[in-house]
Design a protein around this ligand. Structure first.
Ligand code: PEP
Ligand code: MN
Length: 341
């Protein structure tokens, strides 16, 4: 339910309403507007009848139901597009188009610094790199751990690029928040609800990737877990879903952009690297992602993809990444979108 306050209703009346909402067992979520305030009531359906009774209290204009089950991720409470700011170089929202790039995994200091410098020179806005890798096989490279995080922080120092890295275990949260700027929750953990609650308790921007067999509705319900804990900084990421098609690693679902736009005001970015699994297909799908109105991209780039410890086959080299940036810049311009912040 949403309590819409009358225009100009006093702070005293508002405080009273907030208390009443809590008294009924709901969590009030206050959204201050220029003319009027609205309060979302977060909780289950059981007390709905009691909430409706608040309509008679002074200062209340009306009580309206929230139709979606993702109250905070949906548009009822947040009608305006949300911008998640990372730093002065990088931001995800309607007024910018930013690109995160870097290797799948951090492999060495030499490798990461070289990649960071190159992608920065080509026009990337943030650096990605996994220090904790969720691998299908337990025998595959699992990431460098804290050592990898230190290298990422060093690359940030040298280039000014914000650092995006994946959290797979809640025990590593303090480490990740110490070294990174954005916490990535990977496809395999999209429905790891305790992990979502853990990152929801921080104020760090969270890049939430769509699960490989998750619906749009499930992606938004997962975002809601983070938002409901008090962290408003969620960026959604489409990274391809599993279908019957085997000629690509995944099927990049670009329907997700308009479908998400219709349901949420959270920013949406696209990962054509995991979405295709084939480096040659990354540029065309990055161009399509830009044209369809995504708020940004995340792209795997490696100095020597043929030697990469993970995802080399879908990683761009420095020259093909530079070409990608130049191509998406033109498309961003054509649809009146600013490249960068
Ligand atoms: C990654 O970004 O390297 C990764 C593991 O992505 P996803 O969770 O989308 O598979
Ligand atoms: Mn990868």
């Amino acid at each position: 339910m949403i309590v819409v306050m009358k225009a100009g209703a006093s702070e005293e009346k508002l405080t009273k309403i907030l208390e009443e909402i809590e008294g009924i067992g709901y969590r009030p979520h206050l959204m201050r507007g220029v003319e009027r305030n609205v309060v979302g009531c977060l909780g289950d359906e059981r007390g709905k009848k009691d909430l409706e009774k608040l309509a008679v209290l002074p200062g209340v204009e009306k009580i309206v139901p929230i139709l979606s089950s993702y109250k905070l991720a949906g548009k009822d409470l947040n009608p305006k597009p949300i911008t998640v700011k990372i730093n002065d170089l990088c931001s995800f929202g309607p007024n910018s188009f930013c690109v995160i790039a870097g290797p799948c995994s951090v492999e060495s200091e030499e490798q990461l610094i070289e990649i960071a410098k190159s992608i920065k020179a080509s026009g990337a806005h943030a650096l990605r790199g996994g220090a904790f890798k969720p691998r299908s096989s337990t025998y595959s490279f699992q990431g460098m751990g804290e050592e990898g995080l230190k290298i990422l922080a060093k690359a940030r120092e040298e280039t000014g690029l914000a650092v995006v890295t994946e959290l797979i275990d809640h025990n590593d949260l303090d480490l990740i928040t110490k070294y990174a700027d954005v916490i990535q929750i990977g496809a395999r953990n999209m429905q790891n609800f305790p992990l979502l609650k853990t990152v929801g308790k921080t104020k760090m921007p969270v890049l939430l990737k769509r699960g490989m067999s998750a619906t749009i509705e499930e992606l938004l319900l997962s975002a809601e877990y983070i938002l409901a804990e008090g962290n408003p900084n969620v960026i959604l990421c489409e990274r391809g879903i599993r279908t019957f098609e085997t000629s690509t690693r995944n099927t990049l679902d670009l329907n997700a952009v308009p479908a998400l736009r219709a349901r949420t005001n959270l920013p949406v970015i696209i990962d054509p690297s995991h979405g295709t699994g084939v480096w040659k297909y990354v540029n065309p799908m990055a161009r399509a992602s830009t044209a369809v109105g995504a708020d940004g991209l995340i792209i795997e780039v490696h100095n020597t993809p043929e030697c990469a410890m993970s995802d080399g086959g879908q990683s761009l080299k420095f020259d093909t990444f530079a070409e990608l940036v130049s191509d998406v810049k033109k498309i961003a311009l054509a649809i009146d979108r600013k490249y960068g912040v």
